[in-house]
Write a protein that binds this ligand. Sequence first.
Ligand code: PLP
Length: 396
Amino acid sequence: MERFPSAAALVAAKMPERPVLASRPHAAARAARWFLQNFPGDVAYAYKANSSVFMIGALYGAGIRHFDVASTPELEDAATIPNAHLHFMHPVKSRLSISKAYRTHGIRSFSLDSEDELQKIVDETRGAAGPADDLVLFVRIVVPPINSAVPLERKFGISGDAAARLLVKARQVASELGVTFHVGSQTMTPDAYTHALAEVGKLIGQAGVVVDRLDVGGGFPALYPGMTPAPLSSFMNAIREGVEKLPVREDVRLMCEPGRALVAEAESVIVRVEARRGNDLFINDGGYGVLFDAAHLNWVFPAQLVSRQPAKGEGSEPFALWGPTCDSIDYMKGPFVLPAGMKEGDYIEIGNVGAYGRAIAGDFNGYGKYDEVILDDEPMMSQFGADQLSRAASHR
Ligand SMILES: Cc1ncc(COP(=O)(O)O)c(C=O)c1O
């Protein structure tokens, strides 16, 4: 893998024909070290966010050993990581995927949000001597979405009396019983975790069960233009305070499943302008590629011209971007603020696309093929850089 000191150096050397996925593994490692030092429990990386070997290698090198997987291909991939602890946290799994996870890959940790799923897990892990006695079962509950940019509460989770009933039933077959939730991705304020943990407390009280594990899920924010989340340290404080109030054993084992916050700032995509029409730039990656969220959620990512210095007095202007496919939804409204004289042949670094960027990219219309490089400089926006960490420390 070729390494460059910056996107500008890469472009100067290569003038790449294809878009380039540029990884900064040091940034993922730094984020992982922050979580490992500040979260009071196991940090399980949400594999789906970005399973590039550079990201996984960096996270592993920093000390991440737990992984949240959501499908058989993900778990088969993650199972090759030495000494990895895998958690199968998709609440709806096929029977074959459960039995493969348990029997072939030694996974004991599963999430569920229905009695039907509980029965599937019991059936598919049963041995000759009877039901498995080593299951770690996390019941996923519904929690209110508070300030999350990508709410996740509609699809999975159980609530109210049904949740209390499921906790009791899962307790009867679990060696260790856990509760889990997801506050929604890119959650901007820590009160989401406060409310979620209060909900957990209510349900445990109602069910009257002993809970051994608590998984607060993912949802921790990353930095994007126009989105300034609360410091990550305030999320950790809210979690500690919320857990202290819970009717759980004192030695309850905590886990979190960050995806976005660990990898968002550790990858950029470097694209070329193929045409300019007014303040619309036609570029060689887009909404069917790494920039899905820019097209479909109207997210803005940091953008900078990297193939030349802007001319003296050039100023900057807001631009919209069009992706390379023939589809008119392949449009990214932005605004992406770039030098006013942007023109065909200019290269742009679009930063902080490490979470769910490469993971979602497809090859519609023959696009979706990338060159890959490693960059040694700082991400375009970082919440783990020295300045940001000292800002966060003052909130502790
Ligand atoms: C079960 C589960 N855990 C963790 C995550 C990671 O969430 P995030 O990237 O917001 O941290 C997801 C994302 O969809 C998820 O579904």
